[in-house]
Design a binder for this molecule. Sequence first.
Ligand SMILES: Cc1cc2nc3c(=O)[nH]c(=O)nc-3n(C[C@H](O)[C@H](O)[C@H](O)COP(=O)(O)O)c2cc1C
Length: 244
Amino acid sequence: MGEANASEEFSALVRARRSVRDFLPDQVPGDVLDAVLADSSWAPSWSNTQPYLVAVAEGPQRDRLAAELQRQFDAGMAAQSGGLLDKVRALVTRTGIPNGDFDTTLEYPDELQPFRRATGFGLYETLGIDRADRAARDTQLRRNFEFFGAPVAVFLFVHSGLKEFAVLDAGIWLQTFMLSAHVHGLATCAQGALATWPDPVRKEFDVPERYKLVCGVSVGYASDHPVNSYNPGRRDLPRADPRR
Ligand SMILES: Cc1cc2nc3c(=O)[nH]c(=O)nc-3n(C[C@H](O)[C@H](O)[C@H](O)COP(=O)(O)O)c2cc1C
């Protein structure tokens, strides 16, 4: 491939990958998934340490995790909107209260909040959900925890000993993984939401305590659901002005 072609293809590739939020139930062939995982292992990292760990859930493991994560979500919702008894029940049973290794419920800083809101509202608009319709928004949010119907859920853990630098490396891994998936005909959605309850994932996979769950990625084939047409676009790359 000529260099001009490679750069054009790369530009097209990074623009074509989208977060997909409705998947077909079709299974991902093992050799395709293996090829994508092999590509992703070439992501650069701090001193080539690859300070992360991935857990790939398919078949019954994926189904058990979807059921358990949705159970947690439902319990959390009941506690949030219910009365004192629901809140006490959630506390006593330790069900539904977010207990991620990282805080997935953190407040967005004021300067970033507008972008977050625009992205969320754009998504609801694509889905025909009124932004005041809390129940419909929660139903859509809940779909995160069944991986939007994807047959594969990948959970990404980072080594706590490298602190922020491990998270940085995990981000590079994530984009490498998603771009490889795209060129293999697969669709993905990175999901911070999947780091809300690590315990069910740890129950299914042998993950050393020093590795912390930072996010998940759903993987499969995109359906033709309108939600998958959503493209939030981009603002210009935030850049610092030179001092004069
Ligand atoms: C680290 C990370 C976490 C994300 N978490 C979620 C999530 O929990 N649920 C979701 O629907 N989308 C999630 N997204 C998808 C973003 O909303 C999406 O990447 C962004 O809106 C840009 O859209 P695009 O991926 O289609 O270009 C996440 C993306 C990243 C990179």
